[in-house]
Ligand binder design. Structure first.
Ligand SMILES: Nc1ncnc2c1ncn2[C@@H]1O[C@H](COP(=O)(O)OP(=O)(O)OP(=O)(O)O)[C@@H](O)[C@H]1O
Ligand SMILES: [Mg+2]
Length: 336
């Protein structure tokens, strides 16, 4: 057990030197955060059992995002192992994974000593430990949270800690963005130092030339990303930021395909598609449409289909999958 602890200390020190030299890279792919959390839970369970600490985990399913699975597991493991390490025997640790339309949130809460308000701001700095005396009770170098913060930020996320003060436990919250379209290494947009024709996926990608795609999303950067990705496949793209603007564009611009977000203020994507479907065919009432949403799972899929979408696409989707979906929807009208 001691040998394992030594190995992980050495790994942490290596990670920190990679962070400092800017050499820590992520191997991004589409991952389910639930798998990372479960793997980390399995790893800390023996330590929790030895201390009689009850771990209560409610993590759901289908929590997809673009990320590095090993590094996400390391984030979860660090937070969970801190919770177990600093919580006294017989305590309790709670883990929750939640999703909103654009981000995933993981919370780790414990019933341990908590964190003094004056220490909170330094918590994520290297080698910072609340108890730095040589006689302190717990092992460790004080690197875990610095690594966590760096890894979370590399994923475009944020980590924060809350504590009502000594004696009242601590809560750590990790928020990770769910990009609508995940760009993998081979599918990054072409740039000055990145020629367009890399990767087999690109060459086999469906062409969307001449296909009009209406993108509906309340977030401007999501609209820009979708416009850029679909544009690369040759689609003619128009973007709007609300259900009302989408309804107007469906009637006036007559897109071949509508691609819509579900979670939007005022009118959501369900209301939008219901209103589109009440239009007469010559006004775009039959426009094929896909819901692009972070709310995955069978129940949400059925809800989207029942409201009038032909397809329910879970974020993050890979660019060529998105192009295939759009191309399929466009063909479905041409066949009519
Ligand atoms: N759940 C928690 N409850 C109370 N204090 C915590 C908790 N998590 C972290 N801390 C405080 O933050 C400090 C830094 O945590 P961090 O994980 O970076 O270091 P460590 O656990 O001491 O060592 P290492 O992770 O390198 O083995 C800890 O030493 C502790 O004082
Ligand atoms: Mg730690």
């Amino acid at each position: 057990r001691n040998a394992r602890a030594q190995a992980s200390l050495a790994e942490d020190v290596l990670d920190v030197s990679r962070i400092i030299s800017g050499k820590l890279r992520l191997a991004m792919r589409r991952v389910d955060l639930v798998d990372s959390v479960r793997a980390a839970l399995d790893a800390v369970r023996p330590a929790a059992q030895a201390k009689g600490i009850d771990i209560d985990a409610v993590v759901g399913s289908d929590m997809l995002l673009m990320g590095d699975p090993d590094r996400l597991q390391q984030v979860c493991w660090n937070l969970l192992s801190n919770a177990v390490k600093f919580t006294p025997d017989g305590g309790r640790v709670e883990v929750r994974v939640l999703r909103t339309d654009s981000q995933l949130e993981m919370r780790v809460r414990d019933t341990g000593p908590g964190i003094a308000p004056e220490f909170l701001p330094q918590l994520f700095e290297r080698f910072r430990q609340a108890d730095s005396s040589t006689t302190r009770q717990h092992r460790g170098l004080g690197l875990g949270l610095a690594i966590v913060r760096h890894l979370v930020e590399l994923h475009g996320g944020r980590v924060s800690a809350e504590s009502a003060g000594p004696g009242s436990g601590a809560t750590f919250v990790v928020r990770l963005p769910v990009s609508p379209v995940g760009l993998t290494v081979e599918e990054e947009p072409a740039g000055p130092d990145r020629p367009a024709a890399v990767g087999a996926a690109r060459r086999e990608a469906p062409r969307l030339t001449g296909i009009r795609v209406l993108v509906v999303d309340d977030e401007a950067d999501v609209r820009d990303l979708l416009e850029q990705v679909l544009g690369r496949f040759g689609a003619e793209v128009r973007t709007v930021g609300s259900a009302q603007a989408a309804l107007d564009a469906v009637q006036q611009w007559r897109p071949d395909v509508m691609l819509g977000d579900i979670g939007m203020p005022n009118e959501d994507g369900y209301t939008l598609i219901r209103r589109v479907r009440t239009l007469p065919p010559e006004k775009g009432g039959l426009t094929p449409a896909a819901a692009l949403t972070a709310y995955g799972g069978e129940e949400n899929r059925m809800r989207a289909l029942a409201a009038g979408y032909q397809l329910h696409l879970a974020k993050p989707i890979l660019p060529h999958e998105l192009a295939e979906a759009v191309s399929g929807l466009a063909l479905s009208t041409r066949a009519r």
